[in-house]
Structure formats: structure tokens, C-alpha cells
Design a protein around this ligand. Structure first.
Ligand SMILES: *[C@@H]1O[C@H](CO)[C@@H](O)[C@H](O)[C@H]1NC(C)=O
Ligand SMILES: *[C@@H]1O[C@H](CO)[C@@H](O)[C@H](O)[C@H]1NC(C)=O
Ligand SMILES: *[C@@H]1O[C@H](CO)[C@@H](O)[C@H](O)[C@H]1NC(C)=O
Ligand SMILES: *[C@@H]1O[C@H](CO)[C@@H](O)[C@H](O)[C@H]1NC(C)=O
Ligand SMILES: *[C@@H]1O[C@H](CO)[C@@H](O)[C@H](O)[C@H]1NC(C)=O
Ligand SMILES: *[C@@H]1O[C@H](CO)[C@@H](O)[C@H](O)[C@H]1NC(C)=O
Ligand SMILES: *[C@@H]1O[C@H](CO)[C@@H](O)[C@H](O)[C@H]1NC(C)=O
Ligand SMILES: *[C@@H]1O[C@H](CO)[C@@H](O)[C@H](O)[C@H]1NC(C)=O
Ligand SMILES: *[C@@H]1O[C@H](CO)[C@@H](O)[C@H](O)[C@H]1NC(C)=O
Ligand SMILES: *[C@@H]1O[C@H](CO)[C@@H](O)[C@H](O)[C@H]1NC(C)=O
Length: 441
């Protein structure tokens, strides 16, 4: 808005105005506000009526709540000589670049001249913690579409809240940091957990894994590798990790400053999309075709233990079966497939088999195949004895150890002749120690 070409009588003003926006972005009751800045070059005589002059700029459903002149500049030979209006000051940057600007008029050669800021202006910086998966994409590469969408969504959401602060100016998200990443991994990935530091901390970090059965320190071992850089530390878990590595991870730095001990801790929970160790057996172990029966019912149990929290899709396939397989379970960690097998042996010696395939949430699969060993009517066998069921000659029957880990086994050595029972039962507490030892190694 230049009214006259007389340079010496032109004055420049920088004016911020707060627009009240009552239509959008506001969360809750409060209307959003937004700061706008205008630089106005006008004739000296018009200075008195600036507010009036600006009124035409206000349009639609916005209103000017506040209008202040921040900086006044006069064209001089060297450039522009500017001064701050009362309640305004030069920003720290201007002050630092030229000491005499701090409290006096300042001459700027590069135009446009900087603007004075309110002497109440504050810059607020801080961090927020976002939980939940909806912001995971903010951790992707800055160029990716996913990142940009996540970033925009988050900016919009945060602005909605911040813009209700009167005089809210700008919101900049600098970085997305993740203390520990990633929170959920697929079995075949080699998950890397990283603690990012905000300053260089001395000393090696202490990495720990907290599980329901205790807290374990993580060292370099066959399944884990701990590395440290000045500003970060990582644990890399190797392939074939199991649920033993599931739990809350933490990295701890201990700093000694004078007589104070400062502990820096970051922690996060890691869920592993696991593949189970499948123990598959038939029930009964040796389905027995009685002399007058044409078919025998067979159930196959795929047991993955009761500790598994993972949701698997289990599919069943079979070989040489008379019918398809009806799935049921899981019940106590056992998935069951029921089928019917003919009591006529397959003519060409086809092996009767049932396979259960576990598919985890990452789409990774693991299967277990069980041979279905039928005792046909003419086959010799060992008749059931105590908790041992009918067993085909030449085969070994297995039973779980009661209240202990491991198996008992007994072979049917000849028709009606059982061998001795061999037990490899491990006290459950000892087994737990073994599992802990594996993490510790
Ligand atoms: C928001 O703006 C509307 C319209 O200008 C006004 O009636 C209302 O009082 C404002 N609300 C607040 C909390 O300032
Ligand atoms: C400033 O406003 C007054 C009263 O509203 C008016 O009389 C005067 O002409 C205006 N001056 C200019 C330069 O617009
Ligand atoms: C802001 O400026 C006013 C007037 O120039 C002054 O009275 C006040 O002390 C200043 N406030 C601060 C925090 O500098
Ligand atoms: C500073 O600038 C203002 C207006 O631009 C002027 O009135 C004042 O005399 C100047 N002060 C000094 C010390 O140059
Ligand atoms: C985020 O990480 C960067 C480096 O990766 C670091 O410069 C910055 O200070 C961190 N910010 C926060 C809030 O942790
Ligand atoms: C673990 O092993 C890696 C690679 O061999 C090595 O860089 C690192 O320093 C070791 N970490 C510790 C804590 O010894
Ligand atoms: C498995 O599915 C159930 C029900 O859909 C859900 O409540 C549970 O959180 C899921 N578990 C995991 C580990 O995803
Ligand atoms: C046995 O016969 C079945 C069909 O009767 C056939 O599908 C299978 O391939 C044969 N197996 C062998 C080992 O010859
Ligand atoms: C595993 O399950 C997912 C969805 O449940 C499916 O899309 C995928 O094809 C399955 N993978 C295999 C190998 O069966
Ligand atoms: C079982 O898994 C193995 C290895 O992943 C695969 O080669 C085989 O085809 C699978 N068997 C069945 C019946 O899905």
C-alpha cells in the first residue's frame, strides 16, 4: 500500500494481528486463533488511522482480536532504520548479530528488515509421547508418503489444541524419536532395539529384559549383541528368537555428577510374533482297528504349550486319510484335528500323515507332521498297560511327565511284550533355570 513515491516520507510497519477463527480446528469450547503478520509501507500522515485502514482485510467469519504495531522503520540512506514499539523487542538473533540493536534503533541494509517480537514472546519446546500404532508411520523415512501423511495428521491434531492459545504463532515438529524400537516384531526379523540418547553419556549401558519370571541382564551372546555409540545403544537379536525374548526392555545409563547419581532409563515392551514349538501327537497314539471295524477315529493334537499369547491361524492337511480334518481348539494350548482313517491298509504303502500349519500375525508359518500309525486288525501289538495305551510292535510310546517337563517312553518290543520305561523328566524349576541360562549366555 504505497501512496506516494517520496522515499523519505515512507514508513514501514510490521503489524501482527491475531485472527479468531471460530469455524474450524478448534477443539472443545475455545476458538482457534492464528497470528498473521503484515508489513505495511505507508505515508506518514496515515499512521494515525492504521486500524481503520486494515479493516477491509478482515473477511468472512474471522475477526481481528488484536492488532499491534511492532516495528517502525524509516528509509535512510544506508537502508532502513528501525525501532521497536513499546512492549516489543528485537529477537535474540538480531540482538546477537548487532549488540547495539538490542536497546536502540537499528539500521538494516538487507531488506526486508527483521521484525520486533513481543517482549512477552516465549518459545516453548518439549516432547510428547505418542502411544499406539497409529503414529508408527511417523518413524518412516521423511520422504515417504506414509511419513508425510502421519506428520500432517499429527500437526493438524496438535494445532487444533495449540491454536486455542491466544497469540499462538507456529508449531514445528522437529523430530520423531523413539526411545526403543520396534515394539512388535516378526519372528524371522532380526529385531534391533535402540535407545537414543539426548546427550553423550559415559559408561556402558545396562540392558535388561524384564519378564514375568524375573529381570535379566542382556550381554553379547549367541542370540543377542549389544553395541554402543556415543548417542545410542542397541541390542540386536538374532534369528530363531523365541518368546524368551519377549518382555520389557530397558537401557540404563548411570551418571555420577559430583555426589549425585543420575540414572537415565528408557524402556519399552516388545511383543514377538512368534512361531511355536509344536509337539504333535495322535490320540490315541496308535489307533487300533478292531477285527470287525472298517474305520477308526483319529485325533491329532498339536500342542504349543499354555504360555503362548500369540493368535495363530491353524490349517490342517492330511495324506491317506478317509475324510477331511475337522479342526477344534485351542484348549490349553492344544489345537486338535479330527479325522477318520480306513482300516484297510493303503495298497502301495502310502504313509498316513497329518500336518498342522501355524500361521502367525506376520503371515509366517511353521508346520508339524505326524505319522498316523494304525494298528491294523492283523498287526501284533502290546495291549494297554497302566497309563500306556495299545502300542504297535516295534514302536515306542511316549507320555508327558506328570508335573514336570520332559517325556517318558516305553517300547513295545514284541507281541504283548513291553520294554522298560525310560523317563527323562525334569523338575519344572530346573527347567526354568535352563531357560534363564539361555537368556543370560
Ligand atoms: C467463539 O466465537 C464465537 C463467534 O465469534 C463466539 O460467539 C464464542 O463466544 C467464541 N467462543 C469462545 C470460547 O471464545
Ligand atoms: C483518520 O480518521 C479520522 C476520523 O475517523 C478521519 O477524519 C481522517 O480523515 C482519517 N485520516 C486519514 C489519513 O485517513
Ligand atoms: C516489556 O516492555 C514494556 C514497555 O516497553 C516494559 O515496561 C516491560 O518491562 C517489558 N517487559 C519485559 C518482560 O521486558
Ligand atoms: C529511533 O527511531 C525513531 C523512529 O523511527 C525516532 O523517532 C527516534 O528519534 C530514533 N532514535 C534514535 C536514538 O535514533
Ligand atoms: C531426538 O533425536 C535426535 C537425534 O536422533 C536428537 O538430536 C534430539 O535431541 C532428540 N530429541 C528428543 C526430544 O529426544
Ligand atoms: C558385542 O559384540 C560386538 C561385535 O562383536 C562389539 O562391537 C560390541 O562392543 C560388544 N559389546 C559388548 C558390550 O561387549
Ligand atoms: C488375540 O486375539 C484376541 C481376540 O481377538 C485379542 O483379545 C488378543 O489381544 C490377541 N492377542 C494378540 C497377542 O494379538
Ligand atoms: C499310492 O497310491 C495313491 C493312490 O492310490 C497315490 O496317490 C500315491 O501317489 C501312491 N503312492 C506311492 C508311494 O506310490
Ligand atoms: C497366513 O494368514 C494370513 C492372514 O490370516 C494370510 O493372508 C496368509 O496367506 C497366510 N499365509 C500362509 C502361508 O498360509
Ligand atoms: C512344512 O514346512 C516345510 C518348511 O517350511 C515345507 O517345506 C513343507 O512343504 C511344509 N509342509 C506342509 C504339509 O505344509
Amino acid at each position: 500500500m504505497q501512496t506516494k513515491k517520496n522515499r523519505n516520507r515512507m514508513w514501514a510497519f510490521i503489524i501482527p494481528y491475531i485472527l479468531g477463527l471460530n469455524v474450524y480446528q478448534a477443539s472443545g469450547e475455545d476458538n482457534s486463533t492464528q497470528m498473521y503478520y503484515v508489513k505495511l509501507t505507508i505515508e506518514e500522515s496515515a499512521i494515525a488511522n492504521i486500524t481503520q485502514i486494515l479493516n477491509p482485510f478482515v473477511a468472512g467469519n474471522t475477526q481481528i482480536n488484536d492488532l499491534k504495531k511492532t516495528t517502525e522503520c524509516r528509509n535512510v540512506l544506508a537502508g532502513q532504520e528501525c525501532s521497536c514499539m513499546p512492549y516489543f523487542r528485537w529477537s535474540n538473533e538480531v540482538c546477537q548479530s548487532s549488540q547495539k540493536c538490542c536497546d536502540q534503533n537499528c539500521t538494516f541494509t538487507n531488506i526486508p528488515a527483521p521484525m520486533c517480537v513481543s517482549n512477552n514472546t516465549v518459545a516453548v519446546s518439549g516432547s510428547i509421547v505418542l502411544t499406539g500404532v497409529q503414529y508408527h508411520n511417523c518413524l518412516k523415512e521423511k520422504q515417504s508418503v506414509e511419513f508425510q501423511k502421519c506428520n500432517n495428521d499429527l500437526l493438524k491434531e496438535m494445532k487444533t489444541v495449540f491454536s486455542t492459545l491466544r497469540g499462538f504463532d507456529i508449531l514445528t515438529i522437529t523430530t520423531y524419536n523413539l526411545s526403543i524400537t520396534p515394539p512388535s516384531v516378526c519372528y524371522k526379523n532380526h529385531p534391533i532395539l535402540t535407545c537414543t540418547l539426548q546427550e553423550v553419556l559415559d559408561g556402558p549401558p545396562l540392558w535388561q529384559l524384564k519378564r514375568t519370571d524375573g529381570v535379566f541382564q542382556i550381554f553379547n551372546g549367541t542370540e543377542s549383541m549389544v553395541t554402543s555409540e556415543p548417542m545410542s545403544t542397541s541390542v540386536r537379536l538374532n534369528a530363531q528368537i523365541s518368546d524368551r525374548w519377549e518382555g520389557e526392555y530397558s537401557c540404563t545409563y548411570t551418571q555420577q555428577i559430583n555426589s549425585n547419581t543420575i540414572t537415565h532409563i528408557a524402556s519399552a515392551v516388545m511383543d514377538i510374533a512368534l512361531l511355536p514349538n509344536i509337539d504333535s501327537t495322535t490320540s490315541p497314539a496308535f489307533p487300533h482297528c478292531k477285527p470287525d471295524s472298517d474305520f477308526v477315529n483319529v485325533r491329532v493334537n498339536c500342542d504349543i504349550g499354555t504360555n503362548s499369547q500369540e493368535n495363530y491361524t491353524v490349517t490342517w492337511t492330511g495324506n491317506g486319510l478317509f475324510t477331511g480334518i475337522t479342526a477344534s481348539g485351542p484348549s490349553g494350548g492344544v489345537y486338535t484335528g479330527a479325522t477318520i482313517v480306513s482300516c484297510t491298509p493303503p495298497p502301495n504303502g502310502t504313509k498316513l500323515q497329518v500336518t498342522c500349519t501355524f500361521n502367525n500375525t506376520c503371515g509366517e508359518t511353521r508346520n508339524a507332521t505326524t505319522d498316523v500309525n494304525i494298528i491294523y486288525a492283523s498287526d501284533p501289538f502290546c495291549a494297554a498297560d497302566r497309563d500306556w495305551g495299545d502300542t504297535k510292535v516295534g514302536y515306542t510310546a511316549y507320555l508327558k511327565c506328570p508335573n514336570a517337563a520332559g517325556q517318558r517312553q516305553r517300547k513295545c518290543v514284541d507281541k504283548g511284550k513291553w520294554g522298560v520305561e525310560l523317563a527323562a523328566c525334569v523338575n519344572l524349576n530346573v527347567n526354568l533355570v535352563l531357560q534363564k541360562a539361555l537368556v543370560r549366555q
